[in-house]
Design a binder for this molecule. Structure first.
Ligand SMILES: [Fe+2]
Length: 183
């Protein structure tokens, strides 16, 4: 309980310079992916509230979406070094793009689906595995699916584990899901 209190306090005091550092790191990583549509994604991220938006269930503080996205990337780099670097960058940093607001981004689709719709509207070309990982990052994979699609499995586990770092009121639910997926 004490640890959770400390975490929430730390979250509430995430400084502006720290948020800028997170933003710079994310932009540098995305710029390193040379792919049609990435320029548009970066431009629209900067026009949106992606770098100040907060998550709903965890990372509930200004800059939470960006900090969480970078946290997922850092976990995936360690957990799946055999995956293409660009795929880790794209799937980790953009899986929650739907949590940000931009006037040109439609509100259609669920969480993962909406992220893929937004990326598609920016003209970003996703590989099949990147699309699958982002589209279904909140859907429970069967063990067979997880074996066949390691990028998706890695994103789901990294997403859930990073969510625990700054938990919201649904922490018990997140804990349960993490155990379920961590095979
Ligand atoms: Fe996420």
């Amino acid at each position: 309980m004490a640890a959770q209190k400390k975490t929430q306090t730390d979250a509430a005091t995430l400084s502006a310079p720290r948020r800028e550092s997170v933003k710079d790191t994310i932009l540098a990583l995305l710029e390193s992916v040379h792919r049609p549509g990435m320029d548009t994604v970066i431009k629209m991220l900067q026009e949106s509230n992606f770098f100040t938006a907060q998550c709903n269930v965890h990372h509930v503080f200004v800059g939470g979406v960006a900090k969480h996205s970078l946290g997922v990337y850092q976990r995936m780099v360690k957990s799946c070094p055999d995956q293409p670097r660009d795929s880790i960058i794209v799937s980790a940093l953009l899986h929650d793009i739907c949590s940000a607001y931009h006037p040109h981004w439609l509100g259609i689709g669920g969480h993962g689906r909406r992220s893929t719709i937004i990326l598609s509207s920016c003209g970003l070309q996703l590989t099949d595995e990147e699309y699958r990982a982002i589209r279904y990052h909140q859907n429970m994979p069967t063990p067979w699916e997880a074996l066949r699609h390691p990028l998706r499995k890695a994103l789901i586990i990294a997403d859930l584990k990073d969510a625990q770092k700054y938990p919201g009121s649904r922490r018990v639910f997140v804990d349960w899901l993490t155990e379920l997926f961590d095979y």
